[in-house]
Design a protein around this ligand. Sequence first.
Ligand SMILES: [Ca+2]
Length: 225
Amino acid sequence: MATLARYTARTATAVALACAFAAQAAPNLVSNGSLTAETVNNGVPASWMALLGTPDVMDAFNNVGLPNTQRFGAAPASASPDGGTWVGLGVNSEQKYTERFGQTLTGLAVGQTYQVSWFEGNFGYNYGSVSYLGSNAIEVLLNGVSLAKGKTLGLDSNWSSESFSFIATSSSVQLAFQLASMEKSYLSIDGIAVTTAAPVPEPATYALMGLGLIGLSLVARRRAR
Ligand SMILES: [Ca+2]
């Protein structure tokens, strides 16, 4: 009996911990949010569409997707925290040219709050007389309507992150990104996620979980006697 009680308590503890972890890892509704692809000038990763202009797939060794080209205005120290490749978006004010890419999300629950987040940086593009070195921000759009604009990033910003929430009004929505202003610039985006706004457990919740675990071990001890 003692062995059985201990085993039961341990199993319950394991289940409680597994549930706690599962609650924190909300699934990402974005397909290929890591923007993984071969580097390419004028192209977007699988699962994504170019909606305006010609976004690029790049990494630290292939700026604007051009092979072995490192024409950064200020080269990033590393890939984004997401790793691997990312997407570059430009704006050319002189040519009234902007770039936008996106994908349609499905399976949203109407009325549910979601969090859209990404990594971003401004490393520019600089080659001879062709330079994209201005400041800009990344703007997120839902069904073509602006939801929010991230921080304005000057050249050599390093990587940072953004997170905004929205409430779903239908089960599908087109998620898209572009630069917020027409200032001539070239910014990077990576690690795009849309998840249910996972409430961060409050101290009281942890306290309750702790009490539960203590209770389980007490039960196990009593049964063991
Ligand atoms: Ca990536």
